[in-house]
Design a protein around this ligand. Structure first.
Ligand code: PCA
Length: 331
């Protein structure tokens, strides 16, 4: 008994001694990074690779842990959590901030930029304005990567707009909500992790998203058709709190910026590849993949024009400047 009591302080002394020794080296900075999206999503794979690169480049001095699936912080809260310093860094879809400023949803206007080349040009034309807008909230934009082109999942073939009327359509931002309204469907916002339940409980019977998210959520379990309408390519962005960033030493800041630039280039490439791969997975699992019929294409073009006008009205001078730069770069 006595021996045991006398051993305890000794163990504690050794532990304290080791901790003191260790503290001569600078303690690593640990950052938690929430994302709303799942482990298997290419975006999540890409940001984990970003975290690995930062860890390697800084010899473990900056250790970023990615928390997928909205497990740490829900999508609606991620931006404010970074702004308030609850977490230093996070990923979210840019267009989720549309109600703060319409420029954040410039990448979700139907047919404004629906190929990778145009999406890239639009990003170059809008990046600075968007980064400035975030900087006003002490947020630094690190990088942005698009989802594959958005299409429409249903349980029957869509020949014309009539087939979309009154469907209860899952949406994820104001643009997907608006397009649903304009084709006569009824939009319901549902986050990706909640998609399977929303279908199995009958809350929704159609959805707007990418081949990637359809494959990730096993759309074939509850849907039969995908219309590859290629409406727009919405982007995820990674933002860091300026306060947390400025606390890093110079070399670590540079390592973050370098890894961010690489993550952006890599992510765009992953997204392109994912489009083809996910379309193949959908087909393999029995989803009928088709392009819009001429009637549907015409309707979606009209809806696109309406939404472009509505967006330009909301986005004001900043929006006009983005459109001008975009058109000039395309000509
Ligand atoms: N997947 C995400 C955003 C766009 C996409 O392709 C979603 O469906 O919410």
């Amino acid at each position: 008994m006595t021996a045991r009591f006398s051993l305890l302080p000794l163990t504690a002394a050794i532990t304290i001694g080791l901790a003191t020794l260790g503290s001569t080296a600078q303690a690593a900075t640990e950052w938690d990074m929430p994302t709303p999206y799942g482990d298997m999503t290419f975006h999540t794979i890409n940001i984990r690779e970003f975290a690995d690169e930062v860890r390697n480049a800084t010899d473990g001095e900056l250790d970023i842990t990615v928390h997928a699936n909205g497990s740490l912080i829900g999508h609606a809260e991620i931006k404010n959590a970074v702004r308030r310093g609850i977490v230093p860094i996070g990923e979210l879809i840019m267009s989720r901030l549309a109600n703060e400023n319409a420029i954040f949803e410039v990448d979700s206007v139907p047919y404004l930029a629906s190929s990778y080349a145009d999406a890239q040009t639009l990003w170059e034309a809008s990046r600075e304005v968007i980064a400035e807008e975030l900087a006003e909230q002490q947020l630094r934009l690190l990088f942005a990567v698009p989802w594959p082109p958005q299409g429409i999942y249903t349980n029957q073939a869509i020949e014309s707009g009539d087939d979309l009327k009154n469907l209860s359509m899952r949406a994820y931002n104001t643009a997907s909500e608006r397009i649903a309204q304009l084709v006569g469907a009824v939009p319901t916002q549902v986050e990706v992790p909640d998609i399977p339940t929303a279908f199995s409980t009958g809350r929704v019977d159609a959805m707007i998203t990418s081949p990637a998210t359809g494959a990730d959520t096993k759309a074939w379990d509850y849907l039969s058709h995908f219309n590859h309408a290629q409406l727009w390519l919405p982007k995820n962005m990674v933002i860091v709190s300026e306060k947390a960033f400025s606390r890093l030493d110079e070399a670590t800041r540079q390592a973050v910026l370098d890894a961010a630039a690489e993550a952006e280039t890599r992510g765009w490439e992953m997204s392109r590849q994912e489009t083809d791969e996910a379309l193949a997975v959908l087909k393999e699992n029995g989803i009928e993949v088709s392009e819009p019929t001429p009637e549907l294409a015409e309707l979606l073009q009209e809806v696109g024009e309406t939404m472009t006008e509505e967006w330009a009205g909301r986005a004001g001078d900043q929006g006009a400047a983005i459109l001008e730069a975009y058109q000039a770069a395309r000509d």
